[in-house]
Design a protein. Sequence first.
Length: 284
Amino acid sequence: MTDHVLAAVDSSQFSTGVCDYAEWAAQRLDAPLAFIHVIDNHPQISEPDLTGNLGLGTREHLLEKLSDIEEQHAKLAREQGRLLLDDAKQRALHAGIEAPATMQRNGTLVETLVEQENDVRLLVVGKRGETAHQASGHLGSNLERVVREMHRPILMVPKAFTAPRAVMMAFDGSKTARKGIEMLAKSPLFNGVTCHVVIVGAETAEHRSQLEWALSTLETAGHAAEGAIRAGDVEETLRAYKEERAIDMLVMGAYGHSRIRHLLVGSTTTAMLRRAQLPVLILR
């Protein structure tokens, strides 16, 4: 299976949103849909210190019990994953998806997803996974690593699904930002969705020219497009525009390791990601 939408499901509260947004994306892109559940094969139970005065027979007995417990945990994890995948598949079938696929893999989440990326058109993940802190301002560490390592577009989603009607992309006229606009224009994901382009800065002839290029590129591709140039703090300005125009998805570009590191470590975009209650599409 190639060029499919891949949805990473787990037992977190975000899995329902992952399923619903993945189904929406697969239908929009007319692409196959697959669900993946990854069982982390790192030991969850630390091996006890058996170097004390225990006799040989006692140590062997404890090691056998430890092995049995780990085997039981692994069996339960596989069964839980199977149930999660079955539920996701049934939701997709009910939504009209034809022949959704499921796969269960052992390993770390990041390495497993990177191994799959050659066949992935879009990866859909929750803002946080099952082991992440539940504070709303926290980004799951796995998500940060996935964004750094993957070379495919990633849709980070909240718990509940809302069909996007208006999307917003911050634009600065740079080469990478223009690439993002061109990717946005070509994607059938946003057919019938109004695309908003916002430049944060002074009202200058250069900014006006950049905005006109972005809007023209989107409109030529058949998208409804609106834009604005606004001065002010970047994060506050974008948040205000989002609220005023009822934006329900954010789009941003990330290219190359250095830019992704800036994206996720101490930048304005990091703050927006952490506080966003909206889905965020990260273009690559």
